[in-house]
Structure formats: C-alpha cells, structure tokens
Design a protein around this ligand. Sequence first.
Ligand SMILES: Nc1nc2c(ncn2[C@@H]2O[C@H](COP(=O)(O)OP(=O)(O)OP(=O)(O)O)[C@@H](O)[C@H]2O)c(=O)[nH]1
Ligand SMILES: [Mg+2]
Length: 206
Amino acid sequence: MNDMTSKIFSGPVTFLKSAPKLEFLPDPTVPEIAFAGRSNVGKSSLINALVNRNNLARASNTPGRTQELNFFDVGDPALFRIVDMPGYGYAKAPVKTVQQWRYLINDYLRGRAVLKRVFVLIDSRHGIKEVDHEIMKMLDNAAISYRIVLTKTDKIKATEREAVEADTMTKLRKHVAAYPELSVTSAEKKGGIEDLRGAVLEAVAS
Ligand SMILES: Nc1nc2c(ncn2[C@@H]2O[C@H](COP(=O)(O)OP(=O)(O)OP(=O)(O)O)[C@@H](O)[C@H]2O)c(=O)[nH]1
Ligand SMILES: [Mg+2]
C-alpha cells in the first residue's frame, strides 16, 4: 500500500447516517462511492475489510441485513463517503420491500451528482445473474460509471476463479458504463483489498 492510500484507509472512518428514504440523505458535500449487489454478496464485509475495521458496516448471515443506505465518512474532515446499499434480488423479500428498494435505489443512483462510481459486487461462486444485468443496464442508461467486483474468492478453487473471471469479463464488455477491468476479492482472506483501495481512490479523484 502506498503512503497516501495507507494514511487514508487507516485514518478516521465514521458512520455518518442511515437513510431509509431519500429525504434523509446527507447533504452532498463530498464525493461518494457506493457498494451495490445482491443480498448476501458481501457488501458490508468488503467495506469493513476496505477500511480495516471489524464491524463498522453490519455484516450478517441473514440476507437482507442492510435495508437502508448507510453513509460512512472517510477522513476527518471527510474526504469522501462510502455508501453501503441494501442488497437486491433477495428471493424471500416481500413485494412491498422490493418496490421500496427500487424507488430508493433508482432515485439515489439517478439523482446523486456527487456519486462518482458504483462498485457492483458479484459472488464469484455464481457470476453475473439476470438481476445483476438489470442493475447494470440501469446504470448504463443513467450513465453512472461502475466497476464489477468479484467477492468471496476464498470459497472457490483457482481454476473456477479463472473461469468466472473470463465469463464476467465477456459479459461486462457488453455494458457501456462498466469499467473494463475486474476487482477480485476476498473479505475473509483480505485478498485484493489493496487494489480495491486504489480503485476507490481513483474513482474519488475522477
Ligand atoms: N468466506 C467468505 N464469506 C464472506 C466473505 N464476505 C462476506 N462473507 C459472508 O457472507 C455473508 C454476507 O455478508 P454481508 O457482508 O453481510 O453481505 P451483504 O451484501 O452486506 O448482505 P445484505 O446487507 O443482506 O445485502 C456473511 O455471513 C459474511 O461473513 C468472503 O470474502 N469470504
Ligand atoms: Mg449489508
């Protein structure tokens, strides 16, 4: 890790607020980086690994743990904000929750001028699914730049990882707003975290 990256991610990171509705969003004063992905894909865990804290973002075995937009300030004063998003594609979610999720996410993603990049997390065991494609299409249409991040790579063999990387690259080339590179991570084994920190800072500066 270079000096500046290390200084930023090992410095102060604080929970700012939770927004269950758009009117509760914090004032858009600094750049934001959002983490999106299917329920249980590992968004909260990856945010914790990124900022080297154990339980800043609440991770859980229960899908649908994160139900609001959670904002974390990085730096004091904040240099940028990390946004932990509620997961999508949770099969057991009530229809009403899914609707609310769509409105909240759509409105946030489309209307947020300070949003610099969305990190779309994909479980390396499953690859890109139809629901992921839908989110990616929405981001393409809204011209929001995003980057695909494979998660939980500690759960698969190296050969399987290579296959899912190749398959994911093929699929993301069809999406205009997708960054043409993958981040490959394991929050559990802290794999790919330094590279991801670099990608976050690059996005903040863009
Ligand atoms: N083996 C392994 N397990 C992981 C990894 N990342 C997350 N998990 C586990 O996967 C489960 C879900 O992780 P979360 O970080 O809560 O997932 P999330 O995407 O925030 O889930 P929602 O908030 O429900 O959308 C937890 O039991 C984590 O411990 C990883 O890199 N490796
Ligand atoms: Mg979560």
